[in-house]
Design a protein around this ligand. Structure first.
Ligand SMILES: Cc1cc2nc3c(=O)[nH]c(=O)nc-3n(C[C@H](O)[C@H](O)[C@H](O)COP(=O)(O)OP(=O)(O)OC[C@H]3O[C@@H](n4cnc5c(N)ncnc54)[C@H](O)[C@@H]3O)c2cc1C
Length: 298
């Protein structure tokens, strides 16, 4: 039995699709086709996918909300696993358990509705909870590792494991999730508090971000981490590495321009992300050299 049929016999057949274009599943709205896309609705589904992938020697790539990745023009071989079906937020005392497929904003909304506060920064990150664990997502208000207690993963060997923050050892925009593992849920610390004020603070920050960041345009967020004591956008401009980036949000605009370039190439009938990636890489190298090697590409 081939891999697609084996997957169809292990989980609901209509949740296994072949030759699926991925562009519309990423915020950049570009990229190729996946051989197989599987939608998991339970931890058992994820275990089945990992087991069959390993049996057939097929790679597994997890696609969350697609807000921090570039799909290659040539697409993705093997299995693209979606965990949108693992979407829930359960609050018990001062711990909230969140399914990997939950949109961050929904998790924070559920928290506020139950009268809890404590992870408002998550509402500003336009990804799923699992993707945000993988990226140790954060804002100037804090990052996931500040509130994360533990995660449940399914390893590449199809074992369900619970890892604590100490096991993960997260770093800046790097969650420390073992290679090949799929995050299925995580537990964060929350506390009873003034949810109405917290909700309003989130609203205000979203308004501000809406004015200063290209949420409505195809992009994948910031390209560079802020170096200690400085701002990436300012440095990019200071060293003339911005190419087309303008203004104090230079790093954001670089991502926006990347998409414009893609659109231009698409109209010309040759939308090649890889070529544009080389342009971005060359700007990154100039930036890194000029910033004394302190730049971090995120
Ligand atoms: C306009 C805009 C603003 C942004 N602002 C911020 C910000 O302020 N702070 C910030 O940190 N990020 C920001 N981002 C980036 C992005 O939203 C975050 O990195 C987010 O956490 C990615 O989640 P995702 O579900 O979209 O992951 P994806 O982009 O789908 O995936 C990212 C990586 O995580 C892996 N992954 C996804 N889900 C899982 C899983 N369940 N198990 C294991 N691995 C998984 C993927 O394989 C991939 O390697 C922004 C992006 C945009 C477009």
């Amino acid at each position: 039995m081939n891999l697609a049929d084996a997957l169809r016999s292990a989980i609901e057949p209509d949740r296994v699709r072949e030759q699926v274009p991925l562009a519309q599943s990423t915020t950049l709205k570009a990229g190729g086709t996946a051989d197989l896309v599987v939608s998991a609705h339970s931890v058992g589904d994820v275990v089945a996918v990992q087991r069959l992938a390993s049996l057939h020697g097929a790679p597994v790539a997890v696609l969350g909300a697609g807000s921090n990745l570039i799909v290659a023009d040539d697409g993705v071989r093997g299995i693209v696993l979606r965990v949108d079906g693992l979407a829930w937020t359960d609050i018990d005392g001062d711990l909230a358990t969140i399914g990997a497929g939950t949109m961050n904003a929904h998790a924070v909304r559920a928290m506020h509705k139950a009268g809890y506060v404590g992870a408002e920064f998550l509402a500003l990150v336009p990804g799923q909870f699992g993707g945000s664990v993988a990226m140790n997502a954060g804002t100037r208000w804090g990052e996931l590792s500040d509130v994360l207690d533990a995660v449940t993963i399914v390893t590449a060997a199809a074992e369900v494991q619970r890892l604590t923050l100490g096991d993960l050892k997260p770093a800046y925009r790097h969650g420390g999730v073992p290679v090949g593992a799929v995050v299925v849920s995580g537990v964060i610390r929350v506390e009873r508090g003034d949810a109405a004020t917290a909700r309003e603070r989130v609203r205000e920050e979203k308004r501000y971000r809406g004015q200063t960041q290209p949420y409505q345009e195809p992009c994948f967020g910031s390209s560079f981490a802020n170096p200690p004591g400085d701002a990436a956008g300012r440095l990019i401009e200071a060293v003339g590495a911005q190419g087309v980036a303008l203004g104090r949000r230079g790093d954001q605009r670089e991502a926006r321009e990347l998409h414009r370039e893609l659109e231009r190439r698409d109209r010309a009938g040759s939308c090649r992300i890889d070529g544009v990636g080389a342009q971005v890489r060359s700007r990154r190298n100039r930036y890194r050299a000029a910033s004394g090697g302190s730049c971090v590409w995120v």
